[in-house]
Design a protein. Structure first.
Length: 156
C-alpha cells in the first residue's frame, strides 16, 4: 500500500498549487497507532521547509487522500513534516541542502567513519572538510551518512 500512497502523495505535491514551493517527497510512512493509523509524510526543498510550506503540503495531500479510497475506512491521522536531520543523506540534493553542516559518514571499503563539514557536492560525490583538509568522496563509497546535531555550530 505504501507504493500506491507514495504515488498519490507525489502527485499531490506536484500539483499546480505546490510546484512553486519546490517541494520534494522524502518519505511516506504508514504506522499503526492503536485502532487508528498515522500517515507521516516528510517533504523538503531548497532553502528549507517553513510552516507555510507544511500547511500548503498538508492541504494538498489531504485533498488528494479525501478524493481517493486508498486509505480505506479505517481512521488515520495525517502528519506532514520537514525531512529533519535524523534522516540519512542518500541523494545528491540532500548533500547540497546540508552544505556547511557537520556530518558523520561510514565508508564502504573499510567500514571506517569520517567526520567533517559538507563542502560542495554534485551528482557523483561530495567534498568533506575535516581535520586533515578537504577530501572528495564518491557517493558510491559511502554506506551511511547522518548530519550531526550541533549545539554551538561554527560557521562553515
Amino acid at each position: 500500500m505504501t507504493d500506491s500512497l507514495e504515488t498519490l502523495v507525489e502527485g499531490a505535491l506536484r500539483a499546480d498549487a505546490l510546484t512553486p514551493l519546490g517541494l520534494d517527497l522524502e518519505a511516506v510512512e504508514l504506522t499503526p497507532a492503536g485502532n487508528k493509523r498515522v500517515l507521516r509524510i516528510a517533504v523538503d526543498r531548497d532553502g528549507g521547509v517553513g510552516i507555510d510550506h507544511i500547511t500548503e503540503a498538508t492541504r494538498a495531500i489531504s485533498e488528494a487522500l479525501d478524493a481517493s479510497d486508498i486509505m480505506g475506512a479505517q481512521p488515520y491521522t495525517l502528519e506532514v513534516t520537514s525531512r529533519g536531520v535524523d534522516r540519512p543523506l542518500t541523494l545528491p540534493r540532500h548533500w547540497r541542502r546540508n552544505e556547511g553542516r557537520l556530518v558523520r559518514l561510514r565508508l564502504a571499503d573499510d567500514d571506517s567513519s569520517v567526520d567533517g563539514r559538507i563542502g560542495s557536492s554534485d551528482d557523483t560525490g561530495v567534498d568533506i572538510v575535516g581535520r586533515a583538509g578537504q577530501t572528495r568522496i564518491a557517493y558510491t563509497d559511502i554506506t551511511s551518512a547522518l548530519v550531526q546535531t550541533e549545539l554551538n555550530p561554527k560557521d562553515a
